[in-house]
Ligand binder design. Sequence first.
Ligand code: FAD
Length: 595
Amino acid sequence: MASYSPPVREMQFVLHELLDAGSVFAGLPGFEEASTDVIDAVLEEGGKLCESVVFPTNRNGDTEGCRHENGDVYTPSGFKQAYQALMEGGWLSLGCDPVYGGQGLPHTLNVFFEEMLQSSNMALSLYPGLTRGAYMLMREHAEDALKDTYLSKMVSGEWTGVMCLTEPHCGTDLGLLRTRAEPRDDGSFTVTGTKIFITGGDQDITDNIVHLVLARLPDAPPGVKGISLFLVPKFLPDGDGAPGDRNAVHCASIEKKMGIKGASTCVMNYDGATGWIVGEPHKGLRAMFAMMNHERLMVGQQGLSQAEVAYQSAAAYARERLQGRSLSGAQNPDGPADPIIVHPDVRRMLLTTRALNEGARALLGWTAMQIDVADRHPDASRREEADDYVALLIPVIKAYFTDYGFDACNLCLQVLGGHGYIAEWGMEQLVRDARIAQIYEGANGIHALDLVGRKLPMHDGRLVKRFLKLLDGFVDEHRDDESIAEFVGPLAHSVGLLKQATAWVATEAGRNPDEVGACSYDYLRLMALTSLAWMWALSAKVATQQLEGDNTGYYHNKLLTGRFFMKRVLPQAGSLADTLMAGADSVMAMDAKAF
Ligand SMILES: Cc1cc2nc3c(=O)[nH]c(=O)nc-3n(C[C@H](O)[C@H](O)[C@H](O)COP(=O)(O)OP(=O)(O)OC[C@H]3O[C@@H](n4cnc5c(N)ncnc54)[C@H](O)[C@@H]3O)c2cc1C
């Protein structure tokens, strides 16, 4: 079985030492209470609950899966109880507004808790994860009457929220969607259509489910400009706000699928269901983005969360498993063989995963903090700047983290050799679970297009210029710092490549639109690696300052991991820059019929 212990020390390093979170929160109105002690209590207590109550449900969730019987959906045994424990402990309302019963803690803190929850059971974490996105959407766009009826129930976790975009003929291209909404005299709407692949569309862990459904009004213009958003509950709330009459919302079937088997993936029929509009007519996609942006970061984090469990499990195995002898002489001369951790190739796999995990956690923490700053900072220019960073990095985190997360789970499975392929070790479940994150919430190629085609030119390039300036600022400030020269030098090189690639895209995109599509994936990866290199240089700075007098070995090992990243991972930046600037010709030359 896979093993997992919440990486609380790593999280403390990022929050306290890298980001100085307590001081940042003290400057954000409403977050003054989020002191270092509060942060530690959340990490430690949240970690304990995830490890002892949620993680034990993960394997069973995979083997048992969800069931669809007589029109109802049942989650695997243990899910309801684990969800209940999360709810009763107040863990589902950490970052929510106290007006609706939330605990009013910073979003950043919730993000760190979510990593532990996702590592413990990715399938289970989707039910509250989607609810939180739905809460954010409704808080921003719903009318007060809807907020009053639904938000406190969603914040407490009594009711879940789900997002309903996909239809059989309409995935990436939402302009094709056909679900209809007809206005009624009382201000509500009749919603009719079929959605597929709806995560948590039906389940047995909560009394009610709030569906946020994209649909077209009768006078809707074609394409994405004619999409509106509707709230469609499974049960219509009665006069007291409790679940009342059943709405015409039914799960027709659930999908059999590769992984996350404890998360129900539903075909949902809306047969003249009652719904209410959220936001303005025909502007539903804009409102839906409030949810999608949250979900994109959450899905990016799923890559990290699965790679963390994979790393911990593989590292434990590699310390114990005896096979072969070290190339440089026996390390375990009294035993029949050395542990496989002595072999450079096994170390390559483990260190690649570890270096990416630690860098990714730092980058995600930094980005989450920008969300809090964008939300709360008293200075409007600082809010705008933070918002720009978030907009730029969302596609990078969604796509790169889920790609590397899947690759890392695969690498860690390899560490176990044949045992990794056998179900009881839990590694193959991690690979299967991690795979979906590259696809849902927008396939990764679409996020690369979003980055290069939309975010780079946005506001005349303001987003990327700001980010490059930030990286340049760090390099300039530390250029002469001998103690971290081995980190700043490679970072500076990578920033140079990113600038070169950005200028190339700006010139070539105007000449041939296919250049954007052909270079976008490699560009996204280059930006991700450069961002991670920045996080590693920052981490190295902190670790170097703490090295003297540290008898735990923590900072020493931090530097060793960072060194591995700089020497053995970051050099990919060079080949990515070469590939993306090779142009679209070799990609587009072949006739479609020849494939
Ligand atoms: C387990 C699971 C859970 C899901 N949960 C939800 C949910 O809760 N709610 C919901 O609404 N949906 C959900 N989805 C749907 C998911 O978001 C879509 O599957 C995903 O967005 C891709 O759409 P598609 O499958 O139709 O692929 P398509 O849109 O057909 O794309 C196929 C391939 O073509 C590429 N492609 C398509 N268009 C372009 C383009 N213009 N340029 C370049 N490449 C392109 C894509 O990148 C992809 O690789 C879920 C799916 C699964 C499998």
